[in-house]
Design a protein around this ligand. Sequence first.
Ligand code: SF4
Ligand code: SF4
Length: 371
Amino acid sequence: MMKEKIKQKAAELGFPKVAFLPVQSLPLWEEGIKRRKAIDPETAGYWEARGLVSDIYAVMGDARTIIAAFYPYQPFRQSSSPEKGYFSAHYKAYPRGHAAMAELGKLLTDMGYHISVDPPVPVKEITYRSGLGKFGKNGLIHNPKYGSLMTLHVMLTNAELKPDDAIPGDISDCGSCRLCIDACPMQAITDNGTVIISRCMRYHMLSQDFIPIEIREKTGSRMLGCEDCQVSCPRNRNAYNKAVNFNESDEIFNIRSILKDHARGLKNHMSLIGETVGRNYARPLRVLSMAVIAAGNSGDPSYIPLLAQTLGHSHPPVRAHSAWAIGKLGGENEKDLLMEARKQEKNPKVIEDIDLAISRIESRKTYYGKS
Ligand code: SF4
Ligand code: SF4
């Protein structure tokens, strides 16, 4: 009776399916992390920082049931305008799915049960074990109807609800397909379907650290998220055929305006970004850093005066990315600007970027006879 009520409410809230599991161990997560740390040791700290725990009782000592659900979304059409920084619709859907799960939880709290919504547990493994989806080689969970275009949500409760008879079956149904592996611009997916995080653009976009040049070169106007390994997946074909344009309220990453406003602290931008994709992504240094890179990738030299200002920013990665962007867009005058900045610069990583930017401008002049 209670389960039926939850399922019905879940459907009203935008979850096509909801599953009930007993509390159980989640060994795939631990094994996966060990494997990933071994092949990609430089990102070991990332997994620690995420703080996920596979022991459900460590999160809720009296947990009796795990409730899993997915929240489908329509993807955005990639913008052709370099002014509009792109972000994946996943980031807009996630906070809405989370709020819907919290709303669903009220059915249980109103009856006196405890809940924990989207706790730090391995949600992909739980979704797989619930029978709601399988792992793709791109590391994402997909199912036949919604592909991987869904956000995954979990709720723990001390209510004892009868588990479903889920038979998850094989962990993956990708077979011999390797379209996502071939589509990844960073060759970040191994043949056996492990995403090497240090090569994945998505990982670097969430950082406010120095972003490797090979990543910067590939991000284009993306500000948050990369979807190439989802666009290429046959399971998402229908959804991408129906991709929607940003509406006005989705234009949260206006590159020029972020660069113009950075000295004032980006407060207005952060509140807009926070409202749409959540406060966790409304970090001024991350956003400015990515906006500088998007400007560098735009091919539009009118960004240079703004980049000349960010070249003097207090955060070293912003200075390094600005030098790189100026090196891509600039000519002889900008070489002087970079040489001047180099005289003041103390950070060796920024100096490295300035030197590369200068040599880039010089090479262009040598090979194409123009600056
Ligand atoms: S998100 Fe982008 S960079 Fe990362 S694995 Fe997928 S295609 Fe590659
Ligand atoms: S593109 Fe192919 S291999 Fe990659 S997740 Fe989709 S079905 Fe699996």
